[in-house]
Design a protein around this ligand. Structure first.
Ligand code: UDP
Ligand code: MG
Length: 137
């Protein structure tokens, strides 16, 4: 069993696709171990995406991530990190495979509906950045 951290980003919440994302998570047999609606401050978004702080898109990305509420989740299952990344699709929705969340719902390379951890170390950091022990089942 492995855990990963997932977000329905502000564009996904605003466009009303929370339910469709959750339906795919459940259909793919990933278990939701924690979930909440959050509205990040700029500082929280900058801390979350600190690995990207030197990238040209950092300022725009962190502004977008605190522009509205997000759904933050911990997902669990066999190979959860890779399976959730596969369900999400490529960062750029134009390159994302058919049937992936980003291919079906994203509108922009930045506004790409969902986030997923990329490795066990980032999953551990990201889950504990957003959830304390009492918020996990
Ligand atoms: N992003 C962007 N422009 C880029 C690359 C990434 O706006 O050229 C945004 C996009 O929202 C992406 C996030 O920055 O999801 C984090 O980038 P990363 O490379 O970690 O992609 P991910 O792991 O989300 O697929
Ligand atoms: Mg990433």
């Amino acid at each position: 069993m492995q855990q990963t951290f997932a977000i329905v980003k502000p564009d996904g919440v605003a466009r009303g696709v929370i339910g469709q994302v959750l339906a795919r998570i459940e259909a793919n047999n990933l278990k939701i171990k924690a979930m909440k609606l959050i509205h990040m401050t700029e500082k929280q978004a900058q801390g979350f995406y600190a690995v990207h702080k030197e990238r040209p898109f950092f300022k725009s990305l962190t502004a977008f991530m605190c522009s509205g509420p997000c759904v933050a989740m911990i997902l669990e299952g066999d190979d959860a990190i890779a399976r959730w990344r596969e369900m999400m699709g490529a960062t750029n929705f134009k390159d994302a495979a058919e049937g992936t969340i980003r291919r079906d719902f994203a509108t922009d390379i930045e506004r790409n509906v969902v986030h997923g951890s990329d490795a066990p170390e980032t999953a551990a950091f990201e889950t504990s950045y957003f959830f304390n022990a009492f918020e996990r089942v």
